[in-house]
Ligand binder design. Structure first.
Ligand code: SF4
Ligand code: SF4
Ligand code: FES
Length: 304
């Protein structure tokens, strides 16, 4: 655990750990700072600039971007000074012109009293503010199916050559993190369409619930098998454990994204996260007499 600090945000004493990002500390303490390109669980990007605040440290005051500002000392923070409010209204006006079809940003601009008519709209502008959060989410998933393409006013988020991507697994993480609703997807009972591709859902073999696309399940199962292989858990071990590392894991080759390429090595049957957890818990409970702890069990499974 990191060093504890007490900082002041708008006069409120807030406890945090050294290195924690200022926006997170404010949120945890119920202090609202406007933001668009920040999502819990993903690194701050500092792209939209809406989360600016004033920080005073050692008698010196500066404007910082709170989602990428790590707290290193006992600072004083002001989130609503006249200067900050004015700067934010200019920023939101620029964002509104960059993404003229975004209702979210239009409402924020209205709320912040932004002066929109002075600025020209981005030609062909949609709802995208080009923050890159969707790209980061996709990278985090491990697929890297989308990217920023083109330059200048042509810049946009897309799959390669705007074609349905073979890398995409239809997980919808990109759409779910997008702050403006730019990335759309359509669901029906059997699956989901996103980025121009249709993905079938897969049902859990234990509870029957449709819990992911088949492509996302395969990707996650094969990635787990690959990880198991890289830490030395043998082919039979995963099958014995029934914990996700499938037969053949030790022999599977890696693809470009680290995804294993041998489709025959897919673990079966598909299980939703809840049923997987339950299965692992049951396995650990039934093994508790044989194994003193999980580490010993894993070593035995790996044949060490
Ligand atoms: S739906 Fe496709 S593009 Fe979006 S995060 Fe998942 S893999 Fe990436
Ligand atoms: S699609 Fe959404 S998340 Fe992706 S860059 Fe545009 S606004 Fe940001
Ligand atoms: S939320 Fe901090 S820059 Fe966008």
């Amino acid at each position: 655990m990191g060093e504890k600090l007490i900082i002041s945000i708008d006069g409120k004493a807030c406890a945090c750990e050294k290195g924690e990002y200022l926006l997170q500390v404010a949120r945890r303490n119920g202090i609202f700072i406007p933001s668009l390109c920040n999502h819990e669980g993903l690194e701050g990007l500092g792209a939209c600039r809406l989360c600016i605040v004033e920080v005073t440290r050692g008698g010196r005051t500066q404007t910082v971007v709170s989602c990428i500002y790590p707290v290193e000392a006992e600072i004083e923070v002001q989130t609503q000074t006249n200067s900050i409010v004015e700067q934010r209204s200019v920023i939101v006006a620029l964002l509104a012109r960059l993404a003229p079809q975004s209702q979210t940003i239009a409402q924020m601009a209205k709320f912040m009293g932004a002066d929109l008519p002075r600025l020209a709209e981005r030609p062909g502008g949609d709802k995208c503010i080009l923050c890159g959060l969707c790209v980061v989410a996709c990278e985090q998933v491990g697929t890297g199916a989308i990217a920023k393409v083109n330059r200048g006013v042509e810049k946009e988020i897309a799959t390669p050559y705007h074609r349905p991507s073979a890398e995409c697994i239809g997980c919808t993480a990109c759409a779910n993190v997008c702050p403006t609703g730019q990335i759309e997807y359509q669901q029906d009972e059997q699956g989901v369409t996103i980025w121009g591709r249709y993905f079938d859902y897969v049902a859990c073999a234990a509870c029957g619930k449709q819990f992911a696309t088949a492509a996302a399940w395969e990707f996650s199962a094969l990635s787990s098998a690959s990880e198991a292989a890289s830490v030395g858990v043998g082919a039979d071990a995963g099958a014995d454990a029934g914990a996700g590392a499938g037969a053949g894991a030790g022999a599977i080759g890696q693809g470009r994204t680290g995804v294993v390429a041998d489709a025959d090595a897919l673990p079966a049957p598909p299980l939703c996260p809840e049923c997987q957890r339950q299965q692992v818990a049951e396995w650990l409970a039934s093994s508790s007499g044989r194994y003193g702890n999980v580490r010993v069990a894993m070593k035995e499974l790996a044949g060490e």
